[in-house]
Design a protein around this ligand. Structure first.
Ligand code: HEM
Ligand SMILES: *[C@@H]1O[C@H](CO)[C@@H](O)[C@H](O)[C@H]1NC(C)=O
Ligand SMILES: *[C@@H]1O[C@H](CO)[C@@H](O)[C@H](O)[C@H]1NC(C)=O
Ligand SMILES: *[C@@H]1O[C@H](CO)[C@@H](O)[C@H](O)[C@H]1NC(C)=O
Length: 552
C-alpha cells in the first residue's frame, strides 16, 4: 500500500490510527440507545461481548458488582451480542416488572432451561411447548396445569399441614436414627445435607424411594446440583457439568424404575401422585416424568438444606444468639402430658423425653428465630428473577413503569444480589449478618432505624422470587426449616473443629461463594468444620434422644 506524498503518517502509525478510530466507532455504537427512553447503558471496554465474558468468568458476582457500582441507576442496559440485558436493582421497579407479566414474561425461558437442565427428549419438549401461555378459554398446557396444582396444594390448607407434619417427622426420624454424631471433625454443610436429603426423599416418595434403596444416589444428587449452572448455560463441557450429567442420569433412571414399578401409587405423597397424573394426562412417558420429578425433588431439597446450614453456622458461632434462640424454642416446647402437669411435677424430669412442639408457635412466638431465618435468606440469595420482553404497547418493545423502553426479545433480570446488599434498604452494615434488622423492637431507640424498617419495600426481599415466579413452597419451606433447626438446637452442641485457635471452639462463618451462577442459596467459600455432640444441659436428660411430637 502506498500513500500520497502529503500523507504525514508512516504505515504503522496509519494502522494504529485506523484501529483506534474503528474501536472508537464500535465502542460509540455499542453505547447507543435504541430509544431515548431506553435505560442508561453501561458500556464494557470490550464492546458487545465484554459483559458476556465477565459473566462467564466471574459468574453471578459480575452483574452484582456492576449493580453495586451503579447503585444510583434503578435499571440499566448491558449491550449483548445482538441483544440487550436489562438489570433492575430497585425494589419498586422490581414490583413493576413482576406486575407487567404480559409484556415481560417468564414462560419463554422455561422450555430451553428445562430441556438443558433435565435432559428432556424431543417428544416431551413438544408437549412442554404446547399452550405455554394459555389465555382465558384456551386449552391449558402441561406447565400451566402443573403450576396451578402445585401453587394450590402448597398454599395454606389441609394438604400443606399434612405435608409439613410428615416432613418434620421424617427429619426427626432421620436425626434419631442417624448414628450418634462422632466427635471427629465434620463438614456442617455435608452433615445437614445428609439429614435433609433422605428425609425429603421419604416425605415425597415414601420409604421405598430410590435414595433409600441406593444411598449412593445422594452423592449423585449433589453432583447434579453443583453442575446445574454448567448445564443451564451449556458453555463449556467442564468436568463439573459432566459429573452433573452423570448424576442426573443415574437419578432419572432410578426414579423411572420407581415410577414404572408403580411404587408412587402406594407410597408417594399425594402431590407427587397428582404431578405424575397430570404428566400422564398430557402424554408424558414415565421415563420423562422421572426427570420432571427430579426437578421437584431438587426444589424441595437444595435451598432448604443450604438455608438450614447458614442458620446453624451463624447461631452456633455466637453464644449469646444461641442462648436467645434456644430460649425461644424451649419456651414453646411442651412436655407431653401438658405444661401444667410438668410444672406440678417440677420440670421435665418426670416426663421422660417426650415433648410436643407446635410449628405454628415456632413461626409466631419465636421472633428471633424467624429473624435469623430471614436474614440467612437475605444474605444467601443472589439469584435474579428473569423475564423476556415479549411485547407491550410498542411493536418493537415495551415501556416499563411508563418510563423505560425495553426492546422486544431482550432479557430483564431483577438483581436480587444487588437489592439484598443495598444499605439504603437494609441499613448500614448490609453486608453483615444481623438478624436484628428483621426485628421490630418496640422500644427502638433509633427513630431513623425504625423508620427504615417500616419502609422496606415488600419486593426488596427476593429469596423466594416474586410475581409469577414466587416460590410455591415458601410456606412449607419456612415450617420445615424452623422445625429442623429447632430439633438441632434443642439436642446438639456444635463447635468449631480447629483446636489451634485462640478462641477454642468458636465457629468462624466464611463468606458465601458468589462466583457461581446463583441458581440456589449460595454455599460458603470454605467448609465449616465442626464437632457435633449431644447436649448435656438440654431438655433431653443425660444426652438421651429427644422424642418430639410435632403439631401444626
Ligand atoms: C429456603 C428455601 C427455598 C427458597 C429460597 C426457594 C426459592 C425459590 C425461588 C426463588 C423460586 C423461583 C425460581 C425461578 O425464578 O424460576 C422457586 C421455585 C420453586 N420452588 Fe422454591 N424455594 C425454597 C424451598 C422450596 C421447597 C421446600 C419446595 C417444595 C417442597 C419448593 C418448591 C418450588 C417449586 C416447585 C418451584 C417451581 C415453581 C414453578 O413451577 O415455577 N421450594 N423457589
Ligand atoms: C433457591 O433459592 C434461590 C435464591 O433465592 C433461587 O434463586 C432459586 O430459584 C431457588 N431454587 C429452587 C429450585 O427453588
Ligand atoms: C435463578 O434461579 C432459577 C431457578 O433455579 C434459574 O432458572 C435462573 O437461571 C436463576 N437466575 C440466575 C440469573 O442465575
Ligand atoms: C466457588 O465455587 C466454584 C464452583 O464450585 C469453584 O470452582 C470455586 O473455586 C469456588 N470459589 C471459592 C473461592 O471457593
Amino acid at each position: 500500500m502506498s500513500f500520497p506524498e502529503w500523507w504525514p503518517l508512516s504505515a504503522v502509525a496509519t494502522s494504529v490510527v485506523t484501529l483506534i478510530t474503528a474501536y472508537a466507532l464500535i465502542y460509540q455504537l455499542s453505547c447507543r440507545k435504541l430509544d431515548p427512553r431506553e435505560p442508561d447503558i453501561i458500556a464494557s471496554p470490550i464492546p458487545y461481548v465484554g459483559h458476556l465474558l465477565g459473566m462467564v468468568f466471574q459468574g453471578g458476582r459480575y452483574v452484582k458488582n456492576l449493580g453495586i457500582r451503579n447503585r444510583h441507576l434503578p435499571i440499566f442496559t448491558l449491550p449483548m451480542p445482538g441483544s440487550r440485558l436489562y438489570i433492575v436493582t430497585e425494589p419498586s421497579l422490581a414490583a413493576s416488572v413482576q406486575r407487567a407479566s404480559r409484556a415481560l414474561s417468564f414462560t419463554p425461558i422455561i422450555p430451553p432451561a428445562t430441556e438443558r437442565v433435565l435432559g428432556l427428549d424431543a417428544p416431551t419438549m413438544d408437549i412442554v411447548r404446547q399452550n405455554l401461555d394459555p389465555g382465558p378459554g384456551d386449552q391449558r398446557g402441561f406447565l400451566a396445569d402443573i403450576q396451578d396444582m402445585v401453587y394450590a396444594w402448597l398454599g395454606p390448607g389441609p394438604y400443606l399441614s399434612e405435608l409439613t407434619l410428615s416432613a418434620a417427622q421424617e427429619l426427626q426420624r432421620e436425626i434419631t436414627s442417624s448414628p450418634s454424631p462422632a466427635s471427629s471433625p465434620t463438614d456442617l454443610l455435608v452433615w445437614t445435607r445428609h439429614l435433609v436429603t433422605p428425609a425429603t426423599a421419604r416425605y415425597l416418595y415414601g420409604p421405598c424411594n430410590p435414595l433409600a434403596r441406593d444411598p449412593s444416589l445422594e452423592g449423585a444428587f449433589w453432583d447434579f446440583d453443583h453442575g446445574i449452572g454448567g448445564l443451564l448455560t451449556g458453555v463449556l463441557p467442564s468436568p463439573t457439568a459432566r459429573r452433573a450429567r452423570a448424576g442426573r442420569e443415574r437419578l432419572a433412571a432410578a426414579l423411572a424404575t420407581y415410577l414404572e414399578a408403580g411404587r408412587h401409587i402406594t407410597a408417594a405423597s399425594p402431590i407427587v401422585r397428582e404431578r405424575v397424573r397430570i404428566a400422564q394426562r398430557h402424554g408424558w412417558t414415565l421415563r420423562a416424568t422421572a426427570r420432571s420429578e427430579l426437578s421437584f425433588l431438587f426444589a424441595a431439597v437444595v435451598n432448604a438444606t443450604t438455608t438450614t446450614f447458614w442458620m446453624l453456622a451463624h447461631v452456633f458461632a455466637d453464644a449469646s444468639l444461641l442462648a436467645a434462640v434456644r430460649g425461644e424454642v424451649e419456651a414453646v416446647l411442651v412436655p407431653d402430658g401438658g405444661r401444667e402437669q410438668a410444672q406440678a411435677s417440677h420440670g421435665a424430669e418426670a416426663q421422660g423425653n417426650t415433648f410436643r412442639l407446635s410449628i405454628a408457635l415456632l413461626r409466631d412466638r419465636c421472633p428471633l428465630l424467624v429473624a435469623v431465618y430471614r436474614e440467612c435468606l437475605r444474605l444467601g440469595s443472589d439469584n435474579c428473577s428473569t423475564r423476556v420482553v415479549v411485547g407491550g404497547e410498542h411493536a418493537d418493545g415495551a415501556l416499563l413503569a411508563g418510563r423505560y423502553f425495553l426492546r422486544k426479545g431482550a432479557v430483564v433480570q431483577i438483581a436480587g444480589g444487588v437489592i439484598h446488599a443495598d444499605p439504603a434498604i437494609w441499613g448500614s452494615g448490609a453486608g453483615a449478618f444481623d438478624p436484628g434488622r428483621f426485628l421490630d423492637r418496640d422500644n427502638n431507640k433509633n427513630g431513623a432505624e425504625a423508620k427504615r424498617k417500616a419502609d422496606v419495600h415488600p419486593a426488596a426481599f427476593r429469596a423466594f422470587g416474586g410475581g409469577k415466579t414466587l416460590c410455591p413452597g415458601r410456606h412449607f419451606a419456612m415450617s420445615e426449616i424452623l422445625s429442623f433447626f429447632a430439633l438441632v438446637v434443642l439436642q446438639f452442641d456444635i463447635e468449631a473443629a480447629d483446636d489451634g485457635d485462640d478462641e477454642k471452639g468458636r465457629i468462624h462463618v466464611p463468606p458465601k461463594n458468589d462466583s457461581v451462577l446463583p441458581v440456589h442459596i449460595l454455599e460458603p467459600v470454605t467448609p465449616v468444620m465442626v464437632r457435633i455432640a449431644r447436649r448435656k444441659d438440654g431438655f433431653a436428660k443425660d444426652g438421651d434422644i429427644l422424642n418430639v411430637k410435632f403439631e401444626i
